[in-house]
Design a protein around this ligand. Structure first.
Ligand code: ADP
Length: 637
C-alpha cells in the first residue's frame, strides 16, 4: 500500500540473512560491489533498449552509466538511464531474492563463514551464486536508490541501512534520472578508499570494461564526465583485438561469476545465417546446476539488442555453458515468446550445439588435463544427453570419462576400455551406485578383478538410465555386474594362485544343504540363494535376478514413484570363503538357531554394503549382540 510506503518494511528472511553474512563476513574482495551495481545499471539499459523497440519514445537518449564521486558527502553514486523501477518493483527486486536455491546457498555460506572455513571457499560460494545488489552493504552504511520507471510520471526513493528493514517513499522528479536509477552509497568508515577516482577507475577497467553500455566518471562535484569504457559489445570486436583478460572480464560480468572460464569459444557464422557466438565453459560447478527450476544462462541478442537472457538455445545437458548469441537475421519486432518458434532460431540452436560439442571433443583430444576438469564438473550433466538425445550419443560417448575398477581415479574412455577387453570378454561391465568410494569397495567386483575384467563405476543417477537404453559401444553391450548370474568362466583367471580363487566346482552335499537352509530361513526376502562366480574375498553379495531391472535402477525408479513394486534379490554366496566353509561344516549339527542368526546377519551385511538398511533394524541388532556375546564368551573361556 502506497500510504504506508514510507514506513519501514522488513526484508524477506533470506535477504536479511544474506545481508547479515555480507556485513559480518570477513570477505576480502569488497571491490565486487561496484561491478555488481554497474552490471545492474547496464542490464537496466539493455532492458529499456528492448522495450524501446516497440515504443521508441521511451528511449530517446544514448545509453550511459555514470559514476559520481562526492568526497564531501562521502558518497558514490551510480546512475543509469535505463528501465527504472516502479514502487512495487523496488520493493520486490530490492527486498526479496527470487532466485531458486537461495536458501540452500545461504545455509552453505553460513556454514563456511563459521570457524575454520577458508576464505577461498567462501569466495567460491559467493561467486557461484552472484551476490548482486546486496553486496553494496559491504561498503555502505546506507544506500539510497532513486528510480523512475520509463514511461512513468512518478519517482521513488528506496532506502536502507542493510539491517533488516528498508523504506520506500515518493521522490521528486529531479531526484531521479528521467528515466532510470541512481544508487547512492554512503560509504562506511572502512570504505573511504572508494572516494579516490583512481581506485574507481581501476575497478571499472578491471571488472566492468566488457559491459555493453559506456561508463563515465565524474571525479568530483562540478567536474565534467570522463569516459572510462566504450560500451561496445565484446563479441562484435574482431578476435585479434581481444585479449584473454577481456574474455575473462566479460565472462565474470555475466552475472557475478568469480571463477575463470575453462574454455572460451568465440566465432562468427556467415552464410545461411549470420550470427556471432561467445561461449564459456565455467571453471567451477554452479551451485544450482541440478535445480530443475534453474533458468538457462544463454543471452540472445538480435542486432546487439538483448532480447532474452534465458533463451533456450542449448539442450538441457549443456546447461552449464554460459552463452551469448547475437543474430543479425532474426527480426527485431518479433516477441520474446514467438522468437523460439522461428526456423532461423531453430537452425542457430542446432548449429551452436553441434559446434560446442565439436569444441569439447577437440579439447578432449588436445588438452587432456583441461578436459578432465570440464568432465569432472559437468560430466554428470553431459551424461544426461546420452539418455535424452540419442542422436548425440556417439559424440557424447567419445567425450565420456569414467572411473573404473582398474582406473579408480577416473579419466577412462570407452575406447580405452574396449581396446583392453580380456580374452572372451563380450560385454562392457558396469556397477551402479551412489558414491564412488562405496562402488570401489563393492564385493561384486571381486570376481571381475580376479579375471582382470574392468568394470565401469557409475555413481550418478542418470547412469542407470543411459546404460539401460543404449545398445552398447562398438558392438559391445553394457551389462550390469549385479544383475543375473555372472558367467565369467569363459574369461580366464588372471593369477589363480595369487587370488586364491578356483573355478567354481559343483557344490558339496554340505554346501547344497546350506543353500537350501538359507533359502528356507530367508524365505520371501530373497528370490534365490546360489553360489557366486563374482566373489573372491567377501562371503556374500546381493544381485538382481535375470528378469528384474538392475537393483540401483529399481531403487531410483521406486524413489521417483515410477515403480510400485520391488523385485526380490538373489543372495550369492562365495563357497570358498572360510565363513561359508565353516557354516557348511556345521550344517549337520543340531543347533540351527545360531545358524539362522548368522544367515540373517550375512544377508543384512550384503544389504549394508549396497548402501541399504538391514531388513529389520531391531532384529539385526539383537542377532548381532547374540553373535558377539557368543564370540566374547568363547574367547573368555
Ligand atoms: P540480479 O541482478 O542478479 O538479479 P540483484 O540483487 O543485483 O540481482 O538485483 C535484483 C534486481 O533488482 C535486478 O534483477 C533488477 O530487476 C533490479 N535492479 C537492480 N538494479 C537496478 C537498476 N539500476 N535499474 C533497474 N533495475 C534494477
Amino acid at each position: 500500500m502506497r500510504d504506508s510506503a514510507s514506513q519501514n518494511q522488513a526484508f524477506q528472511a533470506d535477504v536479511a540473512k544474506l545481508l547479515h553474512l555480507m556485513v559480518h563476513s570477513v570477505y576480502s574482495d569488497k571491490d565486487v560491489f561496484l561491478r555488481e551495481i554497474l552490471s545492474n545499471a547496464a542490464d537496466a539499459c539493455e532492458k529499456l533498449r528492448y522495450e524501446a523497440l516497440a515504443n521508441p519514445a521511451l528511449a530517446p537518449q544514448p545509453f550511459a552509466v555514470r559514476i559520481s564521486i562526492d568526497a564531501d558527502s562521502k558518497t558514490i553514486a551510480v546512475e543509469d538511464n535505463g528501465i527504472g523501477m516502479t514502487h512495487q518493483e523496488l520493493a520486490e527486486h530490492l527486498g526479496t531474492i527470487a532466485r531458486s536455491g537461495t536458501r540452500a546457498f545461504i545455509e552453505r555460506l553460513g556454514e563456511s563463514v563459521g570457524e575454520g572455513a577458508e576464505a577461498g571457499e567462501k569466495l567460491d560460494l559467493i561467486g557461484q551464486f552472484g551476490i548482486g545488489f546486496y553486496s553494496a552493504f559491504m561498503v555502505a552504511k546506507r544506500a539510497d536508490v532513486f528510480s523512475r520507471r520509463a514511461g512513468s510520471g512518478e519517482a521513488f526513493r528506496w532506502s536502507s541501512e542493510g539491517q533488516g528493514t528498508f523504506s520506500i517513499e515518493p521522490a521528486t522528479l529531479e531526484e531521479a534520472p528521467a528515466p532510470g536509477t541512481r544508487v547512492v552509497l554512503h560509504l562506511n568508515e572502512g570504505s573511504q578508499e572508494y572516494l579516490e577516482p583512481g581506485r574507481i577507475e581501476q575497478i571499472v577497467r578491471e571488472h566492468s570494461s566488457a559491459l555493453t553500455v559506456p561508463i563515465d566518471v565524474i571525479e568530483k562535484n562540478g567536474a565534467q564526465p570522463r569516459r572510462l569504457t566504450d560500451g561496445a559489445a565484446l563479441w562484435m570486436k574482431p578476435k585479434s583485438a581481444i585479449e584473454e583478460k577481456d574474455y575473462v572480464d566479460f565472462y565474470q560480468s555475466l552475472g557475478g561469476i568469480f571463477d575463470q572460464p575453462e574454455l572460451t569459444v568465440h566465432w562468427h557464422a556467415e552464410g545461411r545465417q549470420d550470427y556471432t557466438v561467445l561461449a564459456f565453459v565455467p571453471g567451477s560447478r554452479p551451485f544450482d546446476l541440478f535445480d530443475p527450476a534453474r533458468p538457462s544462462r544463454a543471452k540472445l541478442y538480435v542486432k546487439h539488442v538483448l532480447i532474452k537472457d534465458d533463451a533456450e538455445i542449448l539442450p538441457r545437458w549443456m546447461r552449464f555453458v554460459r552463452l551469448v548469441v547475437d543474430s543479425a537475421d532474426l527480426p527485431l519486432n518479433v516477441s520474446r515468446e514467438t522468437i523460439q518458434e522461428s526456423p532461423v532460431f531453430a537452425a542457430i540452436k542446432k548449429a551452436v550445439t553441434n559446434r560446442l560439442l565439436q569444441e569439447l571433443t577437440k579439447l578432449a583430444e588436445t588438452d587432456k588435463e583441461k578436459f578432465a576438469k570440464v568432465w569432472d564438473h559437468f560430466g554428470s550433466v553431459l551424461k544426461e544427453g546420452l539418455y535424452e538425445d540419442p542422436e548425440k550419443r556417439d559424440a557424447l560417448f567419445a567425450l565420456a570419462r569414467f572411473a573404473t575398477s582398474s582406473h579408480p581415479a577416473g579419466g577412462r574412455s570407452l575406447k580405452d576400455y574396449v581396446a583392453e577387453l580380456r580374452p572372451n570378454q563380450t560385454a562392457i561391465y558396469y556397477l551402479l551406485g551412489e558414491d564412488l568410494d562405496r562402488l570401489r569397495a563393492s564385493p561384486q567386483l571381486e570376481g571381475f578383478a580376479a579375471r582382470g575384467i574392468e568394470v565401469l563405476l557409475l555413481p550418478d543417477p542418470v547412469d542407470a538410465f543411459w546404460v539401460a537404453t543404449s545398445a552398447g559401444f562398438e558392438g559391445k553391450p553394457f551389462k550390469s555386474v549385479t544383475q543375473g548370474a555372472a558367467d565369467l568362466t569363459a574369461v580366464p583367471l588372471e593369477e589363480p594362485a595369487k587370488t586364491g580363487e578356483a573355478e567354481p566346482a559343483a557344490p558339496s552335499a554340505a554346501l547344497a544343504s546350506l543353500y537350501a537352509l538359507m533359502k528356507q530361513v530367508l524365505g520371501e526376502a530373497v528370490e534365490d540363494v546360489r553360489a557366486s562366480g563374482r566373489l573372491s574375498s567377501s562371503p556374500a553379495c546381493l544381485v538382481a535376478s535375470e528378469r528384474g531391472p538392475d537393483r540401483r535402477l529399481e531403487r531410483l525408479l521406486a524413489e521417483g514413484g515410477r515403480l510400485n513394486f520391488t523385485s526380490k534379490p538373489v543372495l550369492e554366496i562365495n563357497p570358498n570363503h572360510p565363513l561359508i566353509k565353516a557354516l557348511a561344516a556345521r550344517i549337520a549339527l543340531p543347533d540351527k538357531g545360531k545358524l539362522e542368526d548368522i544367515i540373517w546377519l550375512l544377508f543384512d551385511e550384503a544389504r549394508v554394503i549396497e548402501g541399504e538398511k538391514p531388513a529389520d533394524a531391531s532384529h539385526f541388532a539383537a542377532r548381532l549382540t547374540k553373535v558377539l556375546l557368543d564370540a566374547a564368551t568363547v574367547q573368555a573361556s
